[in-house]
Design a binder for this molecule. Structure first.
Ligand code: CAA
Length: 291
């Protein structure tokens, strides 16, 4: 199947990055969100990120202008449903995703491929509640989407070969690399990454190190580009907690128990960069550790 247009549901940190790379690769994009403000913010951010790529000579001004011209925004889900490939990139909550799929289904063409950018929720279960489990799969980008090379492709139990091959072709057209993951909780990247982040929070909780010493240890001692607590703030502490809960519930092993300190930060609404406070406080000129 040929994909010409892509619908992206959710204009947050992942959705705007997905719209950015899809438009740059030549796809016509319909970017959707329930809030007009979120759509406006997403377009501004895409423009800024494209400009950054122009200034670093990764793309030309013409590439940038053409990409922007390929993106339309819409608050109406039926507009998104007209595209060939839909990528749901809303909040990491199953009920929210379910509502979006329910609202999309009556408007989809028969051959539209439906995907989710979920970082942990069962693809098979999401697919089973749609009218097209064979045309449903996981299409999981990494943050920041324009920079990170990997896309995880996750087949549900019913996903057919053509759907997988079509999505693989899209990843290749983006110039990214696909990793095929089986549909088990949190797939590959987050199955490995989140327990590491959770362990960093335990290390902080137990007083083995402070925010600075933990992040510095992993940056300088393991050559990670960001420390685990800095990375947790970057991903969003609510997302990290949601993924740990999926691992804990789905694999029923106490080694995935979310750290109580992570829960406490989320309860405080200190969700990381997006709320300007998490393991670091971002309200000043430079981030200041909160512990
Ligand atoms: N759009 C476009 N370009 C961007 C960008 C964006 N949003 N953010 C950064 N860049 C570009 C910069 O322009 C720069 O390009 P050049 O190499 O051409 O100069 C490059 O990326 C590096 O950026 P910076 O110099 O500003 O900063 P940096 O060197 O500190 O790198 C980083 C920033 C790429 C984010 C790096 O710190 C990093 O790789 N961090 C780890 C990110 C990571 O692990 N992501 C995965 C999270 S897990 C996930 O996403 C899955 C999930 O489900 C939760």
């Amino acid at each position: 199947m040929t994909i010409n247009s892509v619908g992206v549901v959710g204009a947050g940190q992942m959705g705007n990055g997905i719209a950015h790379v899809m438009a740059l690769a030549g796809y016509n994009v319909v970017l959707n969100d329930i809030s007009e403000d979120a759509l406006k913010r997403a377009i501004d951010l895409i423009e800024r990120n494209l400009d950054r790529q122009v200034s670093r000579e990764k793309i030309t001004q013409d590439d940038r202008d053409q990409a922007m011209a390929r993106i339309v925004t819409s608050k109406d889900l039926p507009e998104v449903a007209k595209t060939d490939l839909v990528i749901e990139a809303a909040t990491e909550e199953e009920t929210v995703k379910q509502k979006i799929f329910d609202a999309l289904l009556p408007h989809l063409a028969d051959n539209t491929i439906l995907t989710s950018n979920t970082s942990s929720i069962s693809i098979t279960r999401l697919a089973s509640r749609t009218d097209r489990p064979e045309k449903f799969m996981g299409f999981h980008f990494m943050n920041p989407v324009p920079v990170m090379q990997l896309v995880e492709l996750i087949r549900g139990i019913a996903t057919d070969k053509e759907t997988y091959q079509t999505c693989l072709g899209v990843v290749e057209k983006l110039g990214k690399t696909a990793a095929s993951a089986e549909d088990f909780p949190a797939f590959i990247v987050n199955r490995i990454l989140m327990p590491m982040i959770n362990e960093a929070v335990y290390t902080l909780y137990e007083g083995v190190g402070n925010v600075n010493s933990i992040d510095q240890s992993m940056k300088l001692g393991a050559n990670h580009p960001m420390g685990p607590l800095e990375l947790a703030d970057f991903i969003g502490l609510d997302t990290c907690l949601a993924i740990m809960n999926v691992l804990h519930d789905g694999l029923a092993d106490t080694k995935y128990r979310p750290c109580p300190l992570l829960t406490k930060y989320v309860e405080a609404g200190w969700l990381g960069r997006k709320t300007q406070r998490g393991f670091y406080d971002y309200r000043g000129d430079t981030p200041v550790p909160t512990r």
